[in-house]
Design a protein around this ligand. Structure first.
Ligand code: CP3
Length: 354
């Protein structure tokens, strides 16, 4: 005889949340939604709070980190918070001279251009991350059953900023260094992996329920170069979590050709940008990993009918995956209307409530 499904019970803890369940491929109450860059300039309350404080100072102030992280959770009802911080923060805390220029991104005062520059990079002392542990503990206490996602920048993407000296399109200097100085390249990425692991582990030990490794610019590499010269270092970051039992999300932009490898680096969830539909991405990563994504952030600048149609398409294509975490294919654009983000959360929930 058929037995009716019991009505889903609310999550009892962040570890039982739909975000964590989808990441592990378990049944969910409804598809979880959050947005990369959900904390940021799309929110007037963020702009007000940040006024007069430099980005990298704000990231080291537990009061500001806590409040800014909570803002999008309160406003949009997203299914996860992501720590307000930045991928370059572990380098900054270690003593590397980096500034985040508004509208530009991270700018490095003394770019890494020689083998000696690699060897001169200061290590990250874990006890300098006390402010981070404080912010995470406070957040976890405030968030109740909503999970907090911790994150770090992957070694390759951090290396692009260190070597180029700032944002770049082709990452030509980075690749030139990778080909010309394979040993120093390996040492650089080893070091970046160690500090990324320290940064992640601090967040998980303070209570983060999931982690995301951002390798935003890995899509500029061929699969062969990625597999040989980058993947082992990203794997070292994720392996560095040891037996910390939190799902691992691994994301990059333009990684269509790399999706199986991004998974192989040790991900429970592969983040996908808008270029590859999720049903095709599911074929590429196989049945043992979940997917996160992949609405084009630019769609949120279009009319409501277009937004709704594209959200429905992503939800439908996401059903092909082992588990689906709804997100954008990259970060929220600063000019996005905050009301549209709230609407997307409501629509995904409405379309997927069982
Ligand atoms: O809400 C969240 O997603 C959490 C916070 C977060 C920030 N940066 C805050 C931030 C996260 C996860 C990041 C990661 C990050 N930082 C990445 C990987 C993600 C991605 O976008 O691919 C990268 C490449 C960086 C480096 C970086 N920091 C860039 C390119 C910029 C944008 C520069 C600009 O002004 O356009 C930053 C600054 C930054 N990091 C802002 C925020 C909210 C904007 C700062 C401001 O308000 O002026």
């Amino acid at each position: 005889t058929a037995v009716a499904d019991p009505a889903p019970t609310p999550a009892s803890s962040p570890a039982d949340s739909d975000l964590v369940r989808a990441a592990r491929g378990l049944p969910v109450r409804r598809t979880p939604v959050w947005f990369m860059r959900q904390a940021g300039r799309s929110l007037p309350e963020y702009r007000a709070l940040r006024a007069g404080t430099r980005m990298l100072e704000a990231c080291q102030d537990p009061d500001l980190v806590t409040e800014i992280t909570l803002q999008p959770v309160r406003r949009h009802g997203v299914d996860a918070a992501i720590l307000f911080s930045d991928i370059v923060l572990p380098l900054v805390v270690a003593g590397v001279d980096i500034e985040i220029k508004p509208g530009v991104g991270p700018v490095v005062a003394h770019p890494v251009r020689t083998v000696a520059d690699v060897d001169a990079l200061p290590p990250l002392e874990p006890d300098r991350l006390a402010f981070l542990a404080t912010a995470v503990r406070r957040l976890v206490a405030e968030l109740g059953t909503t999970p907090l996602i911790g994150f770090a920048g992957a070694p390759f993407t951090l290396a692009t900023y260190l070597i180029e000296g700032g944002p770049s399109k082709e990452h030509a200097r980075t690749k030139a260094f990778m080909y010309a100085e394979p040993q120093a390249w390996g040492r650089l990425l080893d070091r970046l992996a160690v500090s990324a692991a320290t940064f992640l582990n601090t967040q998980v030990d303070a209570g983060a329920s999931a982690v995301q490794l951002f390798d935003s610019w890995a899509g500029v590499l061929s699969a062969a170069d990625y597999a040989e010269r980058v993947l082992p270092h990203s794997r070292a970051v994720l392996d560095g979590l040891g037996d910390r039992d939190v799902p691992r999300i691994h994301f990059g932009v333009g990684t269509g050709e790399l999706l199986p490898l991004i998974g192989d680096a040790g991900a429970d969830v592969v983040g996908v940008d808008w270029r590859v539909p999720l049903d095709e991405a599911a074929r590429r990563v196989g049945p043992h990993r979940s997917l996160q994504g992949n609405l084009d952030p630019a769609v949120l600048l279009a009319d409501r009918a277009t937004v709704d149609r594209e959200v429905r398409r992503v939800v439908e294509q996401g059903r092909a995956a082992r588990g689906h975490v709804f997100n954008l294919g990259h970060g929220v654009l600063p000019e996005t209307d905050a009301g549209v983000l709230t609407h997307v959360v409501e629509l995904v929930h409405e379309l997927t409530t069982r």
